[in-house]
Every structure is written in structure tokens, then in C-alpha cells.
Design a protein around this ligand. Structure first.
Ligand code: FES
Length: 243
């Protein structure tokens, strides 16, 4: 999309209403929250399901399928099972009409503005790669610092449900290794009797296997060396009030 396009009249969409639209051949959803309009990709990044009927609250839309939540303004994924955001578009309201344009664009539709212009400018959201959209297999990256960071970032999506801190900052992840498209993780628990263990292991596996260049993740629980609070990052310690 190179310019803003009219997608609706303001009166078509009541406060807290929505309308399905197409933006650059992408199914999108125009959502009205009070007098603000947002346009987001209507495809959940978790499993490709439509967000069309998802409940909207606190500036976010929830996927009706498995409950992933996305910020309406930025598209950021706010909770599992989604680990990637969705695309967002800029919205302008002028003369009682709603226009949608490319993400981040603030170019007015026409030079003569006779009414206040309202712009919702989304932040930069990673765009799905051409390889991903065409169904081609994504090449396995070379092992290295960048790949390590991506794997660690994926594991940071896993939150210990008791402490509400991600497992990486808690110091539960001992090692992450890649063998082509398979990932091997060794991790521990804050205590051998931690009831959240199976959930943490399962979510870690899912978080890694959602990466397009990962076919399988094998998560091994180890109790040696035992976890101690010293393994936490300073940020995690702050969150838990440990000094
Ligand atoms: S498809 Fe949306 S959360 Fe699973």
C-alpha cells in the first residue's frame, strides 16, 4: 500500500465496534475504541486464526482461539501462546471518513485539511519474510551470537507462573545448543518439587518450536547444579524484591 485508502465512514462503526477490511491484500480489522480507531492484521501470529471476533479491552485484542493478546496500537504480542506481534497500519479520520495507510505513515490523504486529523502511528513491527509467506523453508542460521540471542529471546517468553518472571532472567536455563534444526536445552527448576515444572518444560519447547528455523526442541531438566537465587539477573531480583 503506497497511500491511505478510505475504508469506512465513522458512522458505520459504533464506539467499540469493528469492521473487517483488506489492506494490501492482507485481511485486517478496523477497531474503534471510544473515538480512536486502530487497524491491525486480522491474523493471529500464533496459529494463523482470525482475530475478528476477539474481545477488545485495555487497548488490546484477544485471539478467540487460544487467548493470545495483541496491543492494538503497536501489534506487540502481550501474552502467550503468541511470541510474535501482528502487523499494524496507520489510521486517519477526516471529514467523517476513516482512512488506513501504511504502518508509520503520517502523510495526509489530501492537502486541504478541513477537520482535525487523528493519526494512530504504530511502531515498527517485524514483517513476515517473503520466504515465510510463500511457504518456503527458512534456512537454518549459522550458529553464533545472533542465533543464540534469538533462542534466548524465545525462551524469555516463558514465564514461571509462581514467580511471574521469565525463566531466563530467573537463571533456570543452563545451556542452549543447536544441531541444525534441532535445539537442545538444559534447564532446572527453582526447586525439584516445583509444581510448575511440566508447564515450564512444555512452554519452553513450544516457544522454540514456533521459530521458523526450528523443527524440534528437546528440553532436559537437570537438578545439578541446583538453582540458587544468585543465578537471577539483577532485573529479576528487583522484580522479586531481593537485594
Ligand atoms: S491462534 Fe491465536 S492464540 Fe492460537
Amino acid at each position: 500500500m503506497s497511500a491511505f485508502e478510505r475504508v469506512a465512514a465513522v458512522t458505520e462503526i459504533p464506539p467499540n465496534g469493528r469492521k473487517s477490511i483488506i489492506v494490501d491484500d492482507v485481511p485486517a480489522l478496523l477497531v474503534r475504541v471510544g473515538n480512536d480507531f486502530f487497524a491491525v492484521e486480522d491474523v493471529c501470529s500464533h496459529d494463523g486464526q482470525p482475530l475478528t471476533d476477539g474481545p477488545v479491552a485495555d487497548g488490546a485484542i484477544t485471539c478467540p482461539r487460544h487467548g493470545a493478546k495483541f496491543d492494538l496500537k503497536t501489534g506487540q504480542a502481550l501474552c502467550m501462546p503468541a511470541t510474535r506481534g501482528i502487523e499494524t497500519f496507520s489510521v486517519q479520520v477526516r471529514d467523517g471518513e476513516v482512512f488506513v495507510g501504511p504502518a508509520g505513515s503520517e502523510t495526509p490523504v489530501m492537502p486541504s485539511v478541513t477537520a482535525p486529523v487523528q493519526v494512530v502511528a504504530p511502531s515498527n513491527i517485524p514483517v513476515v519474510s517473503a520466504a515465510a509467506t510463500s511457504g518456503d523453508q527458512v534456512p537454518t542460521p549459522e550458529p553464533g551470537a545472533d542465533d543464540d540471542l534469538r533462542l534466548i529471546d524465545a525462551l524469555k517468553q516463558v514465564i514461571d507462573p509462581e514467580l511471574m518472571v521469565n525463566i531466563v532472567d530467573l537463571g533456570l536455563v543452563y545451556s542452549v545448543n543447536r544441531d541444525d534444526r534441532k535445539i537442545y536445552v538444559e534447564m532446572t527448576l527453582t526447586s525439584p518439587a516445583c509444581p510448575a515444572g511440566p508447564q515450564i518444560v512444555q512452554q519452553s519447547k513450544m516457544a522454540l518450536e514456533r521459530l521458523r528455523d526450528v523443527d524440534e526442541a528437546e528440553i532436559k531438566l537437570v537438578m545439578t547444579p541446583p538453582w540458587t537465587p544468585d543465578r537471577m539477573t539483577d532485573e529479576a531480583k528487583d522484580m522479586l524484591g531481593i537485594f
